[in-house]
Design a protein around this ligand. Structure first.
Ligand code: ADP
Ligand code: TRP
Length: 328
């Protein structure tokens, strides 16, 4: 590894990503690669806890990979791969599971939520934090940029790493820090709630132009007449517009809201235009990549090779110290 610190994150492939993912996760993670060496992967093993259709899972993985590539992840400088291309992570997960108390796993939010909702979780869901810890520890990660929802998992990972280090020496595993990006705003969806796949209020990043416009037109707004002045701070259209427009465009639109004789339909059109202009080149690249999967395969293969080198170095050390296989 170079001296540069490692920032690692896993992206669960669960269908086409939306604008909330773009602003809340993808753009901040891309920004971090200016300062850290990024180790980013498509977490397909994790999706398997809920997605049992093979075609869907594979398609989502390609969509996820194409998204990051189209949005400008430098796959030469960083390490970008598919989680299941490094099955060593399962070996590390097993070792870690021997250092992880049942009590710790029972306190996991995802597991507790499943139980509270009367579901019978599979073992994969129960052990989800162990696999996630293996993801993090296998690549000597220093920081893990995550949303608040994932903070608990990183803390569990730290506990597992500390327990391993207690037995085998402090230099066995690198203990990571969570990097919670407080300043990332919650992006609102069509109905003003948090944009989320599960609320059916999301706008996919790369919707084709016509569909995109239609989707923006569905944003729920107030029912004032065209003539009435409107308050931009109360409007979901304006809230989204602010993420994509320049300061002067924002000021200009706010003035139009307040001036009256400006309808929500016009505001939606402005939002569409500013987003379309920003996204069109990346969308073209995204569509090209999905038509030419060999390019994605080649990038993931090269990422696999880079990731495997680091993974085996960490695993060999751990295997040796824990008495698995011959001493080295
Ligand atoms: P969804 O709620 O649609 O299932 P995920 O939980 O898969 O989204 O989101 C992955 C990451 O994208 C989250 O950890 C979070 O950082 C970011 N994210 C998702 N929705 C939003 C949103 N509405 N605003 C800001 N960030 C978001
Ligand atoms: N659990 C994360 C999510 O649901 C995805 C993930 C898998 C991950 N492995 C990771 C995130 C390692 C950070 C680090 O979004």
């Amino acid at each position: 590894m170079t001296e540069q610190k490692v920032s690692l994150t896993g992206i669960k492939p669960t269908g086409a990503p939306h604008i909330g993912n773009l602003l809340g996760a993808i753009q901040p993670a891309l920004k971090l690669t200016e300062q850290y060496r990024g180790v980013y992967f498509i977490a397909d093993y994790h999706s398997l806890t809920s997605e049992k259709n093979g075609e869907t899972l594979r398609e989502s993985t390609y969509q996820g990979a194409a998204t990051w590539m189209a949005l400008g992840l430098d796959t030469e400088k960083n390490v970008f791969f598919r989680q299941s291309d490094i099955p060593e992570v399962c070996e590390l997960a097993w070792i870690l599971s021997c250092f992880c108390g049942m009590g710790l796993l029972k306190r996991s939010h995802a597991y507790k939520d499943a139980i509270a909702n009367g579901k019978e979780p599979n073992h994969g869901l129960f052990a989800y934090p162990v696999l996630m810890a293996a993801d993090i520890l296998l690549y000597e990660t220093n920081v893990v940029p995550v949303g608040k929802d994932q903070k608990q998992h990183v803390e569990m990972c730290r506990e597992m790493a500390q327990s391993v280090n207690h037995h085998y020496g402090a230099d066995t595993l690198v203990v990571p820090e969570p990097l919670i990006q407080e300043e990332v705003a919650t992006v609102v969806g069509l109905d003003g709630r948090k944009m989320s796949k599960s609320y059916d209020n999301a706008i996919d990043i790369f919707l084709p132009s016509k569909k995109l416009r239609k989707r923006f037109m569905k944003i729920v707004t107030g029912s004032e007449s065209l003539e009435e002045p409107k308050d931009p701070t109360q409007c979901h259209v304006f809230s989204l517009f602010k993420h994509f427009a320049s300061q002067s465009e924002i000021a200009d639109l706010a003035e139009r809201y307040r001036g009256g004789n400006f309808g929500y339909g016009d505001a939606k059109q402005k939002l569409f235009e500013v987003y379309e202009e920003m996204i069109a080149p990346a969308r073209q690249r995204y569509e090209d990549l999905l038509k030419n999967r060999e390019e994605i395969d080649a990038v993931l293969r090269s990422g696999q090779q880079k990731a495997r080198v680091i993974a085996n170095c960490v695993l060999d050390r751990l295997r040796s110290r824990s008495g698995l296989g011959p001493a080295i």
